[in-house]
Design a protein around this ligand. Sequence first.
Ligand code: NDP
Length: 233
Amino acid sequence: MGASSGIGEATAKLLAQHDTKLVLAARRIDSLKAIKEAYPEANIHIQQADVTNFEDVKKVAQLALDTFGKIDVLYNNAGIMPTAPIIEGRRDEWKQMLDINIMGVLNGIAAVIPFMAEQKSGHIIATDSLAGHVVYPDSAVYCGTKFAVRAIMEGLRQEQRENNIKSTIISPGAVATELYNTINDKDVAEKVHQMQIESGLIPEDIASAVMFAISTPDRMSISDMIIRPTSQQ
Ligand code: NDP
């Protein structure tokens, strides 16, 4: 989920190069089509989906089941980051973040977990953030959503380990992607964009971590990978 740009797109492309069977989902269907067309030999299916809409998310899971017969991995990557100081009271943005960053992850889990439990195998990955470990000024609500995702994924791990279902969060520092475009305050967006570029991390770095987490043997489960830019404190 969230495969149309940035970390999700880079992960889709890396996995496509390694013959992984993929269902890619996001709202921007044209971006998903472009990824599919770039890898004509790969086994890629695409589905337009808004992660806040459970019916959409169930369609993605059903497409994977109908096409491949099982679901090995769900990558819950969709997210937005309209940061602003709490004093501004941007309740619409807070709600959007809660809906996409938290409910989106829960919708993905709800759509696949019955099938994974029946299979007695599966792996659910979520893109969390350093902001799920540390709170930054002017980012309280975004951090809150990422702290919540960390708690949910740890709860999932504890509850589903006996069904051989792995739960992994990937927690990157700043990565150069379009994410800054979701910040509505232009000055803040520009500052975050600069920080993302200066960090030096690129989406492909995170994609390689996702691929590593996926490729571990059944006995080995990575709960959290914190990926900092080397230069970051
Ligand atoms: P991008 O903006 O490039 O990617 C965000 C992805 O989420 C897009 O594919 C977008 O697709 C998808 N998305 C957003 N809202 C929805 C929705 N309602 N339904 C379906 N898909 C949605 O940014 P990143 O690659 O940086 O972000 C990916 C994840 O990484 C996010 O969870 C973010 O919080 C996290 N992260 C990013 C960091 C960074 O510095 N870049 C650092 C730490 C974590 P579409 O718009 O087509 O629907």
